[in-house]
Design a protein around this ligand. Structure first.
Ligand SMILES: Cc1ncc(COP(=O)(O)O)c(C=O)c1O
Length: 395
């Protein structure tokens, strides 16, 4: 039995849009809330007033800070993680006629970038406990299809089984690009997400632990790839030339100086933010023991950073999930689905002719997953209330 919490939520610093549709005096428990503080505001203000807004010293400082934090030689800041993944494929020469093995359960960007470079995604089913690419399913896919790259995702901030994925991809001589959008700080066997493959990609979208509004970072230990990424990110400009020279038709996928200043400031708080998320996650795990909702599972010897805390509803409740999410919202609790069954989205279903049954684990997980509020702003009382209201929905 989940005990009824003492509900006493006052409106505090709530944007008007979030108050709408809620009973008078009740504030919304947000799904997430970026940790933006005075020092972040000062950092951005200083840059804005300097008049130097793009591709300067702040971007370089942020790149060095992320490279140091993750433990890589090269970090290239870009405008978002979709750009990071896109550049990763281009830098590896993936293009027309190629195939790329990618996790079936992810945000659409993970597969879209493959299509955008002219290649075709080959979806790989996931593990039922961690929601990450299944090494066994990958082995089966690589056994029947030649691919140019493998793209696992560290879903919701929990590490994919990189030792096994690398071992299988290595057997087929295929490079691995890590979609670590949600996984800055995630570790497995003491090694950070984003450093296992040849390239790792991070996001600084506001739903991530630290944010620059939009923003991303590509990391690698390969100097040739690092140089190629820099060229492609900035109009084809030769990063080593003393007089500007353009050696390719590149893109403009740069991060701004004020975003980079914010990013550097945010990075200093990342350890604190992850610790709080892990405490909240452990507390949710405990509270969910009294319910029929299953908490998320992390691999052994891993450090899950809980970009999202995604639990699993009982199968019979899945058809009511959308209604439940709407009802919880009307009660002042913001929840959401986990992420997307990519092969069953309209675009990929039409493109690949996929049907229910092709990816049985993703079929089961995607409709049952529910993401609960998690952020530094979340209080213990709010957590009690989230679980109480959620459990009432499924009784
Ligand atoms: C797994 C995954 N990959 C890629 C992206 C794209 O990141 P961005 O929004 O920074 O482009 C996201 C965004 O949430 C994501 O969750």
């Amino acid at each position: 039995m989940v005990r009824a919490p003492n509900i006493q939520r006052a409106i505090r610093n709530q944007p008007r849009t979030y108050r709408r549709a809620l009973p008078e005096g009740v504030r919304l428990i947000r799904l997430t809330m970026p940790s933006i503080e005075e020092d972040d505001l000062r950092a951005v203000r200083e840059v804005l007033l300097s008049g130097l807004l793009v591709q300067g010293a702040r971007v370089e400082t942020f790149e060095r800070a992320v490279a140091r934090y993750v433990g890589v030689d090269h970090a290239v800041a870009v405008s978002n993680c979709t750009a990071a993944l896109h550049l990763a494929l281009l830098a590896l020469g993936v293009g027309r006629g190629d195939r790329v093995a990618v996790a079936a359960y992810s945000w659409p960007a993970t597969a879209n970038v493959i299509v955008l470079v002219g290649a075709e995604p080959v979806f790989v089913d996931i593990e039922p406990d961690t929601f990450n690419m299944s090494p066994l399913a990958l082995k089966e896919v690589l056994g029947r299809t030649a691919v140019r790259a493998v793209m696992p995702v560290h879903t919701f901030g929990g590490p994919a089984d990189m030792p096994r994925i690398l071992e299988i991809a290595g057997r087929f001589g295929v490079p691995v690009i890590e979609d670590a959008a949600c996984a800055l700080g995630t570790e497995l066997n003491g090694r950070k997400a984003g450093t296992w493959g040849v390239i790792g990609c991070f996001s600084f979208h506001p739903r991530k632990a630290i944010t620059t509004g939009e923003g991303g970072m590509v990391v690698t230990n390969d100097p040739k790839l690092g140089r190629k990424l820099r060229i492609l990110r900035n109009h084809g400009l030769d990063p080593a030339a003393t007089f500007p020279d353009f050696i390719e038709a590149g893109y403009n996928l740069r991060l701004t100086e004020f975003q980079a200043a914010l990013g550097t400031c945010q990075l200093n708080k990342l350890g604190r933010i992850i610790s709080k998320r892990r405490v909240d996650a452990a507390r949710y795990d405990g509270l969910l023991k009294d319910t029929r909702v299953n908490p998320p599972v992390a691999l052994r010897d891993s450090r899950h950073v809980y970009q999202s805390y995604v639990s699993l509803l009982p199968a019979e409740v899945a058809p009511r999930r959308s209604k439940m999410i709407a009802e919880l919202k009307s009660q002042g609790i913001e929840t959401s689905i986990g992420t997307y069954h990519l092969p069953l989205t309209t675009f990929y279903r039409a493109r690949g002719g996929y049907r229910a049954g092709d990816f049985p684990v993703t079929d089961d997980i995607a409709p049952r997953a529910i993401s609960l509020p998690i952020s530094e702003a979340l209080t213990r009382e709010e957590q009690d209330e989230v679980i109480f209201m959620l459990s009432r929905q499924i009784e």
